[in-house]
Design a protein around this ligand. Structure first.
Ligand code: ZN
Length: 202
């Protein structure tokens, strides 16, 4: 289940209006306090809304998708470029494959390379928060590739632990978790708190 709201206020509004259905299919979610506050090093403080289904009595943690909707396409394309680069493809071939200008792709790759160590650290911390026993993420051979891998591992853990629907990709998550700042010169210092993406869990 993905709770689509542009920010926490929007999620709350939709919740109060009874617009969010429980995955059980039998009930509309109602406000049920908040989930515990989580501080994620390098990312910020999360205080997700909790909701309860009156039909099955399950509770769910609702997370906002700030920035996600607007940036979804861009996040996907940029993410595809970063993934290709991490596997050794050069920027011209990436540009041709994605139908973007080579100079644009090179700009993305340089910006991400500049943030790579901070991205790696932030998403490794997020992974540890989502999954206390994640097992080691094997080195991918470069800081750039390690960072791309950390994003993927955190997204996979988010799906496992929060019950996220497949509708939200690793790069959408990364974009939302960093408030669109994956490529920003300021890097993680500007990164989130209410922008934490997605779905639901227990
Ligand atoms: Zn239910």
């Amino acid at each position: 289940m993905v709770m689509v709201g542009t920010d926490q206020a929007e999620v709350d509004r939709r919740l109060r209006r009874g617009e969010l259905s429980c995955p059980c299919g039998a009930g509309r979610l109602a406000p049920w306090g908040h989930a515990r506050t989580r501080t994620i090093r390098g990312l910020g403080v999360l205080r997700p809304r909790r909701a309860r289904c009156p039909a099955c009595l399950a509770t769910h943690v609702l997370l906002a998708v700030s920035g996600l909707l607007r940036r979804a396409d861009a996040a996907e394309v940029v993410g595809a470029a970063l993934t290709l680069k991490a596997s050794g493809v050069g920027h011209r071939r990436i540009a041709a494959r994605l139908g973007r200008a080579a100079s644009t792709v090179r700009g993305w790759l340089r910006a991400f390379a500049g943030n790579a160590e901070r991205v790696r650290a932030a998403f490794t911390a997020l992974l540890a928060e989502l999954d206390p026993v994640p097992g080691p993420v094997p080195p991918a051979g470069s800081v750039f590739a390690d960072a791309v891998q950390a994003v993927g591992a955190a997204a996979a853990a988010a799906r496992r632990r929060l019950g996220l629907a497949g509708a939200v990709s690793a790069w959408q998550l990364a974009s939302a978790a960093t408030a669109g700042g994956l490529l920003a010169p300021a890097g993680p210092a500007e990164w989130i708190n209410t922008g934490w993406p997605l779905g639901a869990g227990r």
